[in-house]
Write a protein that binds this ligand. Structure first.
Ligand code: NAD
Length: 327
């Protein structure tokens, strides 16, 4: 397809303005314009991207092939429904919607209209996570910590839907089995909803994931540790640092830095340490490029509506358990 895709951004606040900037730079895209209920905000972002400002959602949809929605989560269902009903491809920021029923409706509508629905689970494309694709992963235990200094942005939803859902989506993409059970607890500190949450997810294949998310922290921490037979991977999503330790046969030739051979029964084994090179890619740019490529049939969607819905379903269950626990 040589023709440029007319793509607009709906909601150009903290994150949406970056959608607009990236889309204005993607060669296959014509940034058709931006729409925001805060007109001053729309004018400012549009000026930076040399794009038109729409006066209404309807005007925006009338000239767009596809839209990227970065409005507050509680508005996702309404804005996406109108866009899908108009036959537009939709990229929607995470979480897909506030409720599972809303997510199901969007997925059904996208199928009915035969258009793409993708969700902005940006951490899937975090450059520190991408080297894991070169290893055979069969996690037995996953430990995740995501801590962030407090800001009022995102507090329209509990921390599970705002922060923890990133890690839930990553974990669901790493573990090839359904969820068996979930335990969760949490507390409310600064807002009326849950600000700190911990969940333990057990999968039917035996994998256990332990996740902590907090929006009350001094420093930002985003760390994932993956333990599996003969391998330990530690990933710092904030620093962009991935380190892998593998237990290998001592005779195996490897460039990795190794410990002295370890005597284990009759086997000589060694621990190999690898620090994969992290490409300095921009995850937001990559996910928007994937959206465009998927519409044009060049790539498969990395996070489709169903994946967004699956992450929401687990997040919702965790949140419900926390609420029941607090009663
Ligand atoms: P924000 O409040 O900074 O921006 C939202 C913008 O949407 C505002 O400018 C507001 O005026 C506009 N808006 C509100 N309702 C609208 C409507 N019906 N139509 C058009 N415009 C409307 O919020 P934000 O922090 O940019 O978050 C937006 C979304 O992005 C949320 O769903 C959030 O969860 C998500 N988000 C994702 C990440 C990530 O890492 N992927 C990070 C931050 C936010």
């Amino acid at each position: 397809m040589n023709q440029k895709l007319n793509l607009s951004v709906i909601g150009v606040g903290h994150l949406g303005r970056h959608h607009a900037r990236h889309l204005s730079e993607i060669p296959q895209v014509n940034l058709a314009g931006v729409f925001d209920t805060d007109r001053d905000q729309a004018l400012q972002v549009a000026a930076n991207c040399a794009a038109p400002v729409f006066n209404s959602l309807e005007e925006c949809l009338s000239v767009s092939d596809a839209v990227s929605i970065a409005t507050p989560t509680v508005t996702h269902a309404d804005v996406a429904t109108t866009s899908l009903q108009a036959g537009k491809h939709v990229f929607i920021e995470k979480p897909i919607t506030s409720t599972i029923a809303e997510a199901d409706e969007l997925i059904g509508l996208a199928e009915k209209m035969n258009v793409n629905l993708q969700v902005g689970h940006i951490e899937r494309l975090n450059p520190a996570l991408l080297p894991l694709q070169n290893y055979q992963l069969k996690p037995k235990f996953i430990e995740v910590q995501r801590l962030a200094p407090f800001t009022t942005r995102g507090t329209d939803v509990p921390v599970v839907l705002d922060l923890m859902i990133h890690d839930i989506d990553i974990i669901l993409s790493l573990v090839d089995a359904p969820v068996k059970n979930i335990r969760a607890s949490g507390v409310s500190i600064m807002t009326k909803s849950v600000d700190i949450a911990n969940a333990r997810i057990r999968f039917k294949n035996g994998t256990v994931a332990n996740i902590t998310a907090s929006r009350i922290a001094k420093d930002q921490v985003r760390k994932i540790k993956i333990f599996q037979q003969d391998m330990y991977a530690t990933i710092d999503l904030s620093l962009g640092l991935t380190e892998i330790y593998r237990l290998l046969d001592a005779r195996q030739d490897t460039d990795a830095i190794v410990t002295a051979p370890l005597q284990q029964d009759d086997n000589q084994r060694q621990i190999a340490y690898e620090k994969p090179k992290i490409d300095a890619g921009d995850a937001l740019r990559m996910e928007l490029e994937n959206f465009v490529a998927a519409i044009q049939g060049r790539e498969k969607p990395i996070v489709d509506g169903r994946a967004g819905r699956d992450a929401l379903a687990v997040a919702d269950k965790i949140h419900q358990m926390i609420i029941e626990d607090l009663l």
